[in-house]
Design a protein around this ligand. Structure first.
Ligand code: BES
Ligand code: MN
Ligand code: ZN
Length: 470
């Protein structure tokens, strides 16, 4: 279902309108340096270099000859990301180049330019494309191919999340993974339906068996040499809650419950397009958590691939079940890094809201990821694998409880549950993401959104001992 988004820069030889970026702090200086005509024009238009504010200077034929873009005060900039995206969204159609006002740091420039490309994203699989073409000739010296690859990966993530569950079924998710693999010469294999039982993926089968669209495990591999990175993404294409049915208000957004899968696929696309020297594996348990006579039930005790038994105390805590079998498979071979990404708990959303990607990792991995998040303007927030809460996931009549009572630390107990399926000596990070932008922000329209992928991409050189990008 992914579409072709033209998230690319304009060619350097194209005619383009100069765009000067101004902070609110620099605006007074700018005013004083102007001829009365320009000063009066800014005043008449109420231009004060506020975030996303634009002032156009018409040429003799009335068409814009130059443009000013506001990036706001230090406070505005601290409160939002992608200041240039906000400017791009206010500009009329046309091709521009940035004359002045970009940040100093290469990583900050990259983030702003990425914001421009992402401002051009819209989800229009189901309606005619509207939207204007606001194109940018990238400044010299930036790695445009890298920024375009990141924008394309993010667009894939958004498309996959935005595509509704009637089309983004486990079949649809498999087709998207296969298409991505095909585009980049990756291998993609699938174990589906009752084969999951024969091949010992009992939890994936149990969660997905009530649906008419069979559960499956998607396994993609790419790259011949370098450190091994395994990404595991929750692919619950729709989460009704199962027999512990969600109320309507909680079910409304559950097409996004494959947000982890969408995010690891977007990240995989970035890694492959950039030809990073790693051996990549992507595992996606793709299921629908549906209701039927054959659905798994509260009280069932299931034996996982790893052999640990799990008491099902809530069929709505399904993500950790399908991920458990996928993580167990991931750990059957050596990996230098295993990362899981999942829209796993409502508790994570309550704790940090839709902007931050909460994650769990050991100290060294966490430091690298946090630094990557800062460089990429992809904010993360670390939560602890808090050992004393291990007892909360131990029910007594089985090894594990999938839904501890008490309502404490829901995201942490889910992370601890997942960690039981990872080898102790494997470097492991887990992201409990929201995957959805509830209100439009610059570069991020309302709808599906990638979280954490760009932070991981930025951290990979450090994490894997690769040569850094710059
Ligand atoms: N997919 C949901 C988590 C979710 C809900 C993420 C809303 C983002 C927004 C997950 O499968 C779920 O239902 N989790 C339950 C677990 C509980 C039953 C232990 C939750 O968080 O309420
Ligand atoms: Mn659920
Ligand atoms: Zn879910």
């Amino acid at each position: 279902m992914p579409q072709d988004h033209p998230l690319t820069f304009a060619d350097a030889d194209q005619a383009s309108i100069p765009l000067a970026l101004l902070t609110a702090e620099a605006f007074d200086g700018w005013r004083l340096a102007q001829e009365p005509g320009a000063r009066g024009w800014a005043e008449a238009n109420g231009f004060v270099a506020g975030p996303g504010q634009v002032l156009l200077f018409p040429g003799d034929d009335g068409a814009p000859e130059a443009a000013l873009g506001g990036v706001g005060s230090a406070k505005d900039r601290a409160r939002g990301r992608f200041a240039l995206a906000a400017v791009a969204q206010s500009l009329p159609a046309g091709t521009y180049h940035i004359e002045s006002g970009l940040p100093q740091e290469p990583a900050d420039i990259e983030a702003e330019l990425l914001g421009w490309l992402l401002a051009g994203y819209s989800f229009d699989t189901y309606k005619e494309k509207t939207g204007k073409q606001v194109r940018l000739v990238a400044p010299e010296g930036v790695d445009t191919a890298r920024i375009e690859a990141i924008a394309a990966g993010e667009a894939l993530t958004r498309d996959l999340i935005n595509t509704p569950a009637n089309d983004m079924t486990p079949d649809g998710l498999q087709a998207a993974a296969a298409a991505l693999a095909h585009d980049h010469g990756a291998q993609c294999s699938v174990i589906g339906g009752t084969e999951l039982l024969a091949e010992n993926f009992p939890l994936i089968h149990a969660v997905g068996r009530a649906s008419d669209c069979a559960p499956r495990l998607i396994d993609m591999r790419w790259g011949q040499s370098g450190p091994k990175v395994t990404l595991v993404g929750k692919g619950v294409c729709f989460d009704t809650g199962g027999l512990n049915l969600k109320p309507g208000s909680s079910m409304g957004l559950m097409k996004k419950d494959m947000g982890g899968a969408a995010t690891v696929l977007g990240l995989a696309q970035m890694i492959m397009a950039l030809d990073l020297p790693v051996q990549l594996r992507v595992l996606i348990p793709a299921v629908e958590n549906s209701v039927s006579a054959g659905a798994f039930r509260p009280g069932d005790i299931l034996t996982s691939r790893k052999g640990l038994t799990v008491e099902i105390n809530n069929t709505d805590a399904e993500g950790r079940l399908v991920l458990a079998d996928a993580l167990a498979l991931a750990c059957e071979e050596e990996s230098d890094l295993v990362i899981s990404m999942a829209t796993l708990t409502g508790a994570a959303r309550v704790a940090v809201g839709p902007d931050l990607a909460p994650f769990y990792a050991d100290d060294a991995t966490a430091a690298a990821l946090e630094a990557g998040g800062r460089r990429a303007h992809d904010p993360l927030w670390r939560l602890p694998f808090w050992e004393p809460y291990e007892t909360m996931i131990e029910p007594g009549i089985a090894d594990l409880d999938n839904a501890p009572k008490g309502g404490f630390a829901g995201s942490i107990t889910a992370a601890l549950f997942l960690r039981r399926f990872v080898n102790e000596d494997t470097r492991y990070a887990h992201f409990d993401i929201y995957g959805w932008q509830p209100e439009a922000r610059p570069g991020r329209p309302k709808g599906g959104v990638g979280m954490g992928a760009r932070a991981i991409l930025a951290a990979l050189p450090d994490l894997m001992g690769l040569e850094p990008a710059e």
